[in-house]
Design a protein around this ligand. Structure first.
Ligand code: PLP
Length: 400
């Protein structure tokens, strides 16, 4: 019998323990609902960590994957393929960028961005300034770029050329610019450290600093890109255009795919042999990506994300008002919303997540700061209402 218990026991025995997981095995998914091995259903406000933007097993994505898997799965980047070409062209047509490089993950997309920034900059310029609280991935360079020391511990010495500016302090960042600086790397909204948006004025200031000092502005939109914030890319809402942007997570609704986008002038610094990936731009992943992007570009899709995001934010604000001892405020953009806990509420974050889980609702506690709600972008107001009712009970259960 394959039950949660048997699968979890086998999994714990066989896997290196890098993950602390909920004690269930997920078997199937449909829309915003997941089903575990014991047949229990969950309302998913995590989307596989902002990956399944179109929900689980979206018919257009499933069809694209099945058709492409029956036609061609892999040929390497020694050849052109149709899905990769079409996806790159559609990303370019709908962004600031002229050119795309495909990788397999967010960390790999950021590695490509860092390598491009270095090779495209004058000799002697290699240093990247990123922000404290940021998250950019788990490879050594992206760990070094990540502005949270808990991800560094045990892995020193880290690759050189990365420094971290205090969050939101433009003057402090300006003081860190030196002759070795080549780029500023940031998330328009920090996801992992607790749904922390950067102020529009701050981001405009970053753009200005980059222009004054001839630095490259890199936006890591791995978590917030692909419709999550209610526009296809978060930079559109900030009125600030980066020089390089990275995408991954939701780009192929769960198939491994990352992308690094930039303008022609910079793209020219990458020539045959300077950078590559065996799997990057895999035809099946790109066919899924194409189905995702076409679905998101339908005229009603993004306006609905904005509308649902406003609804979710308003309902979370009600929770904050009903439980003032636990919750301080709600913040976010579109359908990435965080309920920020009070000093007194912080120790209860994990218990609230567990109570939600016991009620069949999936969410998480990001950065030990905010409960993070990142449902599939197709979430309905009824599903939001169900989550809110469970959250209300969870707050009551921990005594708030
Ligand atoms: C998840 C994430 C990454 C890393 O992506 P992986 O696919 O896990 O390598 C990088 N940056 C941000 C902002 C992320 O949220």
């Amino acid at each position: 019998m394959t039950t949660n218990q048997t699968i979890v026991a086998q999994s714990l025995a066989a896997f290196i323990g890098t993950y602390s997981r909920f004690p269930v095995a997920m078997i199937s998914g449909q829309g915003c609902t997941l089903t575990d091995a014991d047949g229990r259903e969950y309302l998913d406000f995590l989307s596989g960590i902002a990956v399944c933007g179109l929900g689980h097993c979206h018919p257009a994505v499933t069809q694209a994957i099945c058709e492409q898997a029956g036609r061609l799965v892999h040929v390497s980047n020694l050849f052109h393929t149709l899905p990769q070409t079409e996806l790159a062209a559609l990303l370019v047509a709908n962004s600031f960028a002229d050119k795309v490089f495909f990788a397999n993950s967010g960390a790999e997309a950021n590695e490509a961005a860092i390598k491009l920034a270095r090779i495209a900059s004058p000799a002697g310029r290699y240093e990247v300034i990123s922000l404290s609280g940021s998250f950019h991935g788990r490879t050594l360079a992206t760990v070094a770029a990540t502005g949270q020391s808990k991800f560094h511990q045990g892995f020193e010495p880290l690759p050189q050329g990365f420094v971290h500016a205090p969050f939101g302090d433009l003057a402090a960042l300006a003081r860190m610019i030196n002759p070795a600086t080549c780029a500023i790397l940031c998330e328009p909204l920090q996801g992992e450290s607790g749904v922390r948006p950067l102020a529009v004025e701050y981001v405009k200031g970053l753009r200005q600093l980059c222009d004054e000092h001839d630095l490259l502005l890199i936006f890591d939109e791995v978590q917030v890109g692909m419709g999550r914030t209610g526009t296809l890319f978060a930079y559109e809402q900030l009125g600030v255009t980066p020089d390089i942007m990275t995408l991954a997570k939701a780009i192929a609704n769960g198939l491994p795919l990352g992308a690094m986008l930039t303008r022609d002038r910079l793209a020219q610094a990458f020539t045959p042999g300077t950078h590559a990936s065996t799997f990057g731009g895999n035809p099946v992943a790109c066919a899924a990506g194409l189905a995702v992007l076409k679905t998101m570009l339908a005229p009603d899709f993004l306006p609905q994300v904005r509308e649902r995001g406003q609804y979710l934010a308003a309902r979370l604000a009600e929770i904050a008002a009903r439980h003032p001892a636990l919750a301080r405020e709600t913040r976010g953009l579109g359908l990435i919303q965080g309920l920020v806990l009070t000093e007194q509420g912080l120790p209860h974050g994990p218990a609230i997540v567990n109570s939600l889980f016991e009620q069949g609702v999936l969410a998480n506690f990001a950065g030990n700061t905010a409960l993070r709600f990142i449902p599939p972008l197709i979430v309905t107001t009824r599903e939001i209402d169900r989550m809110i009712a469970a959250l209300d009970r969870a707050c009551q259960a921990v005594g708030g």
